[in-house]
Design a protein around this ligand. Structure first.
Ligand code: GLV
Ligand code: MN
Ligand code: MN
Length: 444
């Protein structure tokens, strides 16, 4: 195994950049609100562009708004690109996304400053709209790069106010009419590396600084629309009501009941041993499980003296296998039929995402593991139940991810936090992995 070079990233520079970025879209309570298309999204794009240029990178914005900063190598040919995304969920945390983009910048800048002569082109990317957003298209930038979204789909997208996606993309420097140039293949990218927070508790529980991701879960989302009947809240008898909220609420609770039923079936199969009680399976082995969430829920007209006539919500299902995800969606569909009939409401369902699980590349994961071992940084393998841009890039080239622990497993909330010591270890692994991948003599 080659010896690692004793090269250290500049943690002071990294932390100063991270502090600047955390102020952009700051909610003032430790969190950030930086959804795609917001003023904060645009401000951070400008900040990243400046920093990439200062680092001597050649900056381009592609037609979907992805921000690329590239450095030529001594050989032309496919590049090694590191990065993540810079948008956040509504009222999210500071680390989800920007950590990977800033880590990419720091690794490439450190390599340059220490005189490293890269053979392959090296680059940083910050993908557009990784998180769910008002246009209902998440991982938008990486999916477009992977050829998984069509121009028609993108041109048809609007937010709830009727604002076309095309306008939001134009404001980000892109152009939905020029999408043909966005698509990349393994002739453009030799490998993609993404550093991200774990967003769970497994690394923290294991006392490890880093985790090598073996695969990313499949994600399925649907919009459910319940049409009941709005009517007077005082004068309408209970038996005459067709309350859309109550049907929606029953369905949301039904999702939890279906999950609990699955867990107890698993737990019975594990001989009802105490340590395999449903809660324990669920907490410790999310990768073996399937999970579902009703995360957005709205009623109309939403007034104290009107029986809700309309209820719209999302159901999201995630798992390590598409067949398990689809079988849960079918169970949910049966429940929707049953509740719709019992309550006299119309329930319609529209699938807005059906993304298969994706394995990370063996060459990249092996290189991450061997780099960590050479640096004597303990790490373990993990399957990700969070979605990531790397899952889409993995569909056409070698992709890998490194996780750092999330304190108390908190994420998608203002309490999201990771220790700088862990980040420093991860940067060392990332830098060493980049060097090793650059030295590999295999074709893309
Ligand atoms: C991305 O943050 C996800 O939804 O997992
Ligand atoms: Mn996220
Ligand atoms: Mn993320």
């Amino acid at each position: 195994m080659p010896e690692p070079q004793t090269v250290h990233c500049d943690m002071q520079r990294f932390m100063s950049g991270f502090t600047d970025v955390s102020h952009i879209g700051s909610t003032g309570d430790g969190g950030v609100n930086r959804p795609f298309g917001s003023e904060a999204d645009l401000q951070l794009r400008a900040w990243l562009t400046r920093r990439m240029k200062d680092a001597g990178l050649q900056v381009t914005v592609d037609a979907i708004g992805n921000l690329w900063g590239m450095k030529a190598g001594s050989d032309p040919g496919p590049a090694i690109v590191l990065g993540s995304h810079h948008d956040s969920v509504p009222f999210g945390g500071r680390f989800d996304g920007p950590l990977g983009v800033l880590a990419a910048l720091e690794v490439i800048q450190t390599l340059q400053e220490t005189g490293y002569r890269n053979r392959r082109p090296l680059g940083v990317v910050s993908f557009t709209a990784e998180e769910p957003n008002p246009f209902d298209i998440s991982t938008m930038g990486s999916r477009t790069v992977a050829g998984r979204l069509t121009t028609e789909q993108l041109l048809a997208a609007h937010d709830g106010t009727g604002r076309p996606l095309e306008l939001a993309i134009a404001q980000a420097g892109g152009d939905l009419r020029r999408l043909s140039g966005v698509r990349k293949t393994d002739r453009d990218l030799f490998a993609f590396l993404e550093l991200h927070i774990e967003q769970g508790r497994r690394l923290e529980s294991a006392g490890m600084s880093a985790g090598v991701v073996t695969g990313v879960c499949g994600i399925y989302r649907e919009l459910v629309s319940v049409a009941g009947e709005a009517n007077h809240a005082g004068t309408t008898r209970l038996t005459d009501r067709r309350d859309a909220l109550l049907a929606g609420a029953e369905l949301a609770l039904g999702v939890e009941r279906l999950l609990l039923d699955r867990l107890s079936r698993r737990s019975r199969a594990a001989n009802n041993r105490e340590e395999n009680a449903p809660a324990a399976i669920f907490r410790d082995n999310p990768e073996e499980e399937l999970i579902a969430t009703v995360g957005r829920f709205a009623i109309t007209p939403n007034a104290p003296n009107i029986i809700p006539g309309q209820c719209d919500f999302t159901v999201e299902i995630r798992g390590a296998s598409s067949s398990a995800i689809h079988s849960f969606a079918a169970e949910f569909g049966a429940l929707a039929k049953q509740i719709g009939a019992a309550r006299g409401v119309q329930i319609s369902r529209k699938v807005i995402l059906d993304q298969a699980p994706e394995a990370m590349d063996d060459t990249v994961t092996d290189t991450l593991r061997s780099a960590a071992a050479a640096l004597r940084i303990p790490c373990r393998d993990l399957f990700s139940m969070a979605g990531h841009d790397a899952a889409h890039i993995a569909s056409f080239t070698k992709a890998g991810m490194l996780f750092v622990p999330s304190i108390d497993g908190k994420s998608h909330c203002k309490e999201e936090e990771t220790r700088m010591d862990d980040i420093s270890h991860a940067l060392a692994i990332l830098l060493e992995t980049t060097r090793r991948l650059d030295g590999l003599d295999i074709d893309a």
